[in-house]
Design a protein around this ligand. Sequence first.
Ligand code: HEM
Length: 208
Amino acid sequence: MAGSGVLLTAFVVLHMLGNLKAFQGPESFNHYAAWLRELGTPMLPESGFLWVQRVGLVALVLLHIWAAWTLTSESRAARTVGYRKSRSQVLSYASRTMRWGGIIIGAFVVYHLLHMTMGTVHPQFVHEDAHGNLVRGLSVPGVALAYAVAVTMLAAHLQHGVWSAFQTLGIAGPRIDRMKRPLATGLAALIWVGYLVVPAAILMGLIR
Ligand code: HEM
């Protein structure tokens, strides 16, 4: 759970940094998108790196879901007699939120790929114009709101996920224990703001 989570978080951070290039203008953003398509050529075919990344991400997501499933089943099996009164309401609240958060983030990613990568649900999609697709797509307030909700769910998911990854990976100690919560919250806040500024700037006409 923690291993796949750490690698997925690395993608989330890199993707956020890539998105922030939108502030540098269409040329810079589209150049970055073209660079991603050409990465690894001529050893790999065009978009070869993107396909390696796609296969890797799908594998990580499946691993993450499988780990979540196994962990839930194991903790249920370990307790054949249910608690008379839920001992840790906080814990069950967190795991419920993580499950539903994960499902919503997964659904968003499917929508997002149909929107920004394939253009299936983007009425003004232009092939190889990543910046134009971004600006035209997120200028629709309802769409920008859907992105904002998904990014908020992602930040909440990461806040709890990063915190529990410390436990799972056995990174502990008095100082680390004190830093765990602020570190997880800080990273989640950074990701939340880093993603949200893009749709916000588009709606305000700062990215055109
Ligand atoms: C405000 C939030 C976001 C914006 C503005 C954004 C923007 C974009 C854009 C413009 C592309 C297409 C790039 C291209 O065609 O060259 C893209 C692709 C992608 N995004 Fe996002 N994104 C956001 C949030 C997310 C989140 C939260 C995730 C995952 C949790 C995500 C995962 C992906 C993936 C997997 C791709 C496909 C990369 C590929 O072509 O293989 N994005 N995003």
